[in-house]
Design a protein around this ligand. Structure first.
Ligand code: MF3
Ligand code: CO
Ligand code: CO
Length: 248
């Protein structure tokens, strides 16, 4: 069941989404080689709590940290710990806040310069794919339009779309209906309606799209060990387009 949000609810998700985005801005200001992912997590948690928010990932299905920090071959759900960020790494930081009871979910890939031309191209393509996907969203468009836009943009560059993880409805809960695949065919799938709020969060791999899960039961890595990038926004569907709710 896809729950449609009222303008009042969307305003509350917008506030939470803004905090999540501001948290990523803050992270951008201190993220650098030499930090452990645990140190990043600690500062993210402090920032969220200082702004009256709650980190939604902490304790979510047993996840032990306030954000996901996923480096290089780690696709998503990297658990902050002792891994040290290195020069040349691409670092995905995914922050979900609860503010006033509402969820905002956003992620970015940060480049620990200097990075390889391949890492930069992958990250730029992933960013572009999210923008192309967002452009398809409006009242009356379809989920498959999103998937096709991403797939077209990414496969043209020889990269691949992770299929195992998808975008999701969000707002009242962390993960709501509908599932939002990052692959598919335009003109197919659920028809979008004004008031729907969901994430688009393409995970794009240099090589094979397959992932495997490490024994910690969270960390998803590329099956072939190559790089993966991700960007995520929370969006509200409007009459003639969409509004990004995770802007700072
Ligand atoms: N923020 C992630 C998403 O975009 C979910 C992380 S769940 C966690 O859906 F438990 F791994 F933190
Ligand atoms: Co999400
Ligand atoms: Co997220």
């Amino acid at each position: 069941m896809v729950y449609l949000k009222s303008p009042t609810e969307i305003e509350l998700i917008r506030r939470s989404g803004r905090l999540a985005s501001q948290t990523l801005d803050y992270a951008a200001s201190f993220l650098k080689p030499g930090l452990t992912t645990k140190e990043v997590d600690k500062r993210v948690e402090e920032f969220i709590r200082d702004h009256k928010g709650i980190p939604a990932t902490l304790g979510y299905n047993g996840f032990p940290a306030s954000c996901c920090v996923s480096i290089n071959e780690v696709v998503v759900h990297g658990i902050p710990g002792r891994r040290v960020i290195q020069e040349g790494d691409i670092v995905k930081l995914d922050v979900t806040t609860i503010l006033g009871g509402y969820y905002g979910d956003t992620a970015r890939t940060f480049l620990m310069e200097p990075v390889s031309p391949l890492a930069r191209h992958l990250t730029e393509t992933t960013y572009l794919a999210l923008q192309m996907a967002i452009k398809t969203v409006r009242h009356g468009s379809r989920l498959g339009d999103i998937g096709e836009a991403i797939q077209t943009c990414v496969e043209k560059e020889g990269f691949s779309v992770v299929q195992e993880f998808v975008g999701h409805g969000v707002g009242i809960k962390f993960h709501e209906d509908p599932n939002v695949p990052h692959f598919g065919r335009a003109g197919t799938g659920l028809r979008l309606k004004k008031g729907m709020v969901f994430t688009i969060e393409p995970m794009i791999n240099v090589g094979d799209w397959r992932v495997k899960i490490l024994p910690d039961n969270w960390t998803a890595v590329t099956a072939d060990g190559q790089l993966s990038a991700q960007f995520e926004h929370t969006l509200a569907v409007t009459h003639n387009g969409s509004e990004i709710l995770t802007l700072s």
